[in-house]
Each structure stands twice: as structure tokens, then as C-alpha cells.
Design a protein around this ligand. Structure first.
Ligand SMILES: Nc1ncnc2c1ncn2[C@@H]1O[C@H](COP(=O)(O)OP(=O)(O)O)[C@@H](O)[C@H]1O
Ligand SMILES: O=c1ccn([C@H]2C[C@H](O)[C@@H](COP(=O)(O)O)O2)c(=O)[nH]1
Length: 272
């Protein structure tokens, strides 16, 4: 049985470097865990890292982000690779999005996106940044989604569909731009689980997460279009790493087979 997999070439995002002449208090607070990459750094440093804060030792570890529509099978993919000793797996911090000090911003967003979209996405941005910056224990880290898809897919979707006021979009964009200009967020490979929105709709109904019962097929179609624009057509936002596209409409057994077939390509990210 032939399985089609495409490795799309790299086109790294290069955010403007920042010189950090001040901020001494913050830099002291970060000492130990982070270092500032010299603004003239060239060899041996990640592209785009110059002038940014970088977690110590992180430039030697590989980071793979698994991207895809809601219920495309990302968690299932991560579960599969979590059995490999050299890989550590980080799922999305969805339990936090469902319970921040007793509040459920995920449910609120689905109930009234115009009012609560910024609340959820601000918290998603914070918790995803925290995930990106947490210390890596294994040689390879696989994480579910990224701070990039939070902005380029979900914030963008809310705004474009008229469900986020322009001022909320502007504030979130300012935050995102500041973070990516000043903090190094290393990504070595994006694994894109490419599904049809219909498949995701079926899997979503099967998973039956309470907050997501209101999601119509059209919502998944919009998310799908944004992913395709970003990672396949490359007409929207910078892509921070090479992209490995894995068609993911197949049944579970065939998907696990595909993951095994792609193991070497995925682990090759640690040699980049
Ligand atoms: N290849 C597959 N075929 C059928 N069902 C699947 C497949 N992969 C995952 N599922 C099921 O679909 C639902 C969503 O999968 P999940 O891995 O949670 O997706 P995601 O993390 O992308 O939201 C779950 O109920 C899961 O068991
Ligand atoms: O930036 C984001 C990221 C995720 N979400 C929503 C979309 C889904 O309802 C869940 C994540 O579920 P997955 O099954 O992992 O796709 O969170 C969001 O609204 N904004």
C-alpha cells in the first residue's frame, strides 16, 4: 500500500533582532535558565536567534511541532511517539484552557467568541509560550501545536470571521510580535497532519468534548483553509521550520503504520 508523504522545503521566519540595552532587572531574573544570544552571533547559533533570549542548551535539542485541524489526530500521534525513549512529548495545555482559577475560557469562547475570544487567546498565547520555554529533558521534543498556530490559525480565524473586534486583534498581534522579536522559539520541524474537515468533524463528534459540541463543519473548514494557506500554499504567514506533510484521513492502523514509516524523517530533525 503506497502512502504519500511530502517534505516541503524550509523557509525560516526571521523576526527582527532586538539589542536589549536595558531590562537589566529582567535579564538578572532570567539568569541561569536563559542567555541572551549576542546580536552579532553567526555560526553555531540557531538562525534568527541573534539578539534574543534563548533557554540555555536549547539550541542543541530538536523541537518538532505537530500541527493540524481540531481532532485531526495530533494527540494520538504524540501518544504513539511517546513510547520512544529519546522523545519527550508535550500535549497542548488544554486542561488549563478549561480551568483557569475556576473559569473555563475555552467554553466561554465557543459560547460568545466576540466577547471571550481575546480572553482565551491571550491565555493560549501565554501557556504555549510557557510550553516552548520549558526545559527539554530528552534529545527530541514533540509538542502539540505552537504559539505560531495559536496566532496564525486561531486568532486569525476569529478576526477574519468577524468574531474578534479589531482592537482585540491589534493587542494580541502586538503581544505576539513582541514575543517573537525578543524571545527565541526554536522549531526544527513541523509535522502537518493533513485531513479533510469532514474527517475532523466525524472524529470531533466521536471524541465528544463538552465545549466543542457547538462546532459546525464550517468552523473546521475555515481552520483547514488557514492551515493550508500557512503550511502548503505559503501565502499567509512565515513558516518557522521545514514541513513534513502526513495525510491523516486514514484509519488508525494505517496512520500508525505511516508514523512508523516517517520515524526516520522525524528523528532526522535532531541532526539539523
Ligand atoms: N486515524 C484515526 N481514525 C479514526 N479515529 C481517530 C484516528 N486518530 C484519532 N482518532 C480519534 O479521533 C478523535 C480525535 O483524535 P485526537 O488524537 O484527540 O485529535 P487532536 O489531538 O488532533 O484533536 C479521538 O477520539 C481519537 O481516538
Ligand atoms: O489557539 C487555539 C488553540 C486551540 N483552540 C481550541 C480548538 C479546540 O477546541 C481545542 C484544542 O483541541 P485539539 O483537539 O487539540 O485541536 O482548543 C483554540 O480555540 N485556540
Amino acid at each position: 500500500m503506497s502512502v504519500c508523504v511530502t517534505l516541503v522545503s524550509a523557509r525560516r521566519a526571521v523576526a527582527p533582532a532586538c539589542l536589549w540595552t536595558g531590562w537589566s532587572g529582567w535579564r538578572k531574573a532570567c539568569a541561569g535558565g536563559f542567555r541572551l544570544v549576542p546580536s552579532r552571533a553567526r555560526s553555531g547559533t540557531r538562525p534568527g536567534a541573534a539578539g534574543k533570549l534563548l533557554r540555555d542548551g536549547e539550541d542543541r535539542k530538536a523541537v518538532i511541532c505537530v500541527e493540524g485541524n481540531i481532532a485531526s489526530g495530533k494527540t494520538t500521534c504524540l501518544e504513539y511517539f511517546s513510547k520512544t525513549s529519546s522523545i519527550e512529548v508535550l500535549t497542548e495545555p488544554i486542561s488549563k484552557w478549561r480551568d483557569v482559577r475556576g473559569h473555563n475560557p475555552l467554553a466561554l469562547m465557543y459560547q460568545d467568541p466576540l466577547r471571550w475570544g481575546i480572553t482565551l487567546q491571550t491565555y493560549v498565547q501565554l501557556t504555549m509560550l510557557d510550553r516552548h520555554l520549558s526545559a527539554v529533558a530528552a534529545p527530541v521534543r514533540m509538542m502539540e501545536r505552537s504559539i505560531f498556530s495559536a496566532k496564525y490559525i486561531f486568532v486569525e480565524n476569529l478576526f477574519r470571521s468577524g468574531k474578534m473586534p479589531e482592537v482585540d486583534y491589534a493587542v494580541l498581534s502586538e503581544w505576539f510580535d513582541w514575543i517573537t522579536a525578543n524571545i527565541c522559539i526554536p522549531v526544527d520541524l513541523i509535522v502537518y497532519l493533513q485531513t479533510s474537515p469532514q474527517t475532523c468533524h466525524e472524529r470531533l463528534k466521536q471524541r465528544c468534548r463538552e465545549e466543542e459540541k457547538v462546532i459546525p463543519l464550517e468552523y473546521l473548514e475555515s481552520i483547514h483553509q488557514l492551515y493550508e494557506e500557512w503550511l502548503i500554499r505559503r501565502t499567509s504567514w512565515p513558516v518557522p521550520a521545514p514541513v513534513l506533510v502526513i495525510p491523516a484521513d486514514h484509519n488508525l492502523q494505517r496512520m500508525l503504520h505511516q508514523y512508523e514509516e516517517n520515524r526516520a524523517k522525524i528523528l532526522a530533525a535532531s541532526c539539523l
